[in-house]
Write a protein that binds this ligand. Structure first.
Ligand code: 13P
Ligand code: SF4
Length: 318
């Protein structure tokens, strides 16, 4: 065991003791650093993490993820202490629409139903009719009346994906995630040429998703390309008979894929797909969060009440 591993183990022991002491649950997103994923009580996608936040009987939730996720946990569980180990862990996608931009957009479409990705601020959720995550966006949109005028925000690639899957026309906000939008057709083509037998999994936020969907729909055999949320990808990785996979999303997910499937090989569509916000959460900061009760994320009760409605509607659907 080298010195670095010994230090990490002792910080991990400290974290476990502090968490037990204050009855805290540690939640981590699939993009977190490997050592943070390994110490979490639950690792998952945005929907799974929201469900865990709703179900836990812990007094404190330490959210190893980005700010909108901790905010969502606090909206769902207002009586719990919700901590994020680094307040600077933001999200470029959530930042791509503000509450005042949404207000102006809604004023242009007064009869529209507003469907927002969970990657939004509490203030945006408070003006939303339905929230969605990447794992239930299609299902939620399909549950709305066929003639509904839908404003979909903020991710344009997820919006196009939902349009293709549902056959509906949406009015889509032109936002995007700075990590996923850069994963393009060329990245995929390069990796597919290198690993011709690999199954391809694409997160719908990716820049390559719409072109790939169109291509998949035209080809008679689309069995090698799958569009999945991060947890959907993990399930497919376990269940698929394929031995090799090209993964188009943030590279943090490869840790769990490799750990859970030692006999299979996983290649990122692009090595550079790293979300610096997710990687801001380190073991040291997680330990300090528990030790010094920092940094608490709390949403104003009036705002939280309005922001909760679209989350509850989403959770009731799927
Ligand atoms: P999911 O984990 O829900 O697929 O979302 C990915 C994401 O963008 C998180 O920031
Ligand atoms: Fe936001 Fe993109 Fe990072 Fe996910 S990967 S937290 S969408 S910036």
């Amino acid at each position: 065991m080298n010195d670095q591993t010994t230090i990490e183990e002792s910080v991990a022991d400290e974290i476990r003791a502090l968490a037990a002491d204050r009855n805290a649950v540690i939640l981590a997103h699939n993009y977190e650093r490997p050592e943070v994923q390994d110490i979490a009580d639950y690792v998952g996608d945005s929907l799974g993490l929201s469900r865990q936040a709703a179900a836990t009987d812990a007094d404190t939730i330490v959210f190893c993820g980005v700010h909108f996720m901790a905010e969502t946990a606090s909206i769902i569980s207002p009586d719990k202490t919700v901590l994020i180990p680094d307040l600077k862990a933001g999200c470029s996608l959530a930042d791509s629409i503000t509450a005042s931009q949404l207000k102006a957009w809604r004023a242009e479409h007064p009869n529209a139903t507003v469907v927002s990705y969970i990657n939004t601020s509490a203030a945006v959720k408070a003006q939303t009719d339905y929230c969605v995550t990447s794992s239930n966006a299609v299902q939620v949109v399909e549950s709305l009346p066929a003639d509904a005028d839908i404003l979909f925000l903020p991710d344009r690639f997820l919006g196009l994906y939902v349009e293709m899957m549902t056959g509906r026309k949406l009015t889509i906000w032109q936002g995007g995630c700075h990590v996923h939008e850069k994963i393009g057709d060329l990245n995929l083509a390069e990796q597919q040429a290198k690993y011709p037998d690999a199954e391809v999994m694409i997160h719908p936020e990716c820049g390559c998703s719409s072109a790939c969907m169109a291509k998949s729909a035209m080809e008679s055999d689309c069995s090698a390309t799958h569009f999945e949320s991060t947890s959907g990808m993990l399930t497919r990785a376990r269940e698929s008979k394929a031995k090799e996979f090209v993964i188009a999303t943030e590279t943090g997910i490869l840790h769990r894929m490799r750990k859970e499937n030692p006999g299979k090989r996983f290649y990122p569509a692009s090595e550079n797909s790293v979300c610096e916000y997710m990687k801001m959460i380190t073991l040291d900061k997680l330990r300090d969060a528990l030790k010094y009760n920092q940094f608490e994320v709390k949403v104003d009760p009036d705002l939280a009440e309005r922001a909760r409605l679209p989350i509850d509607r989403m959770m009731a659907i799927g």
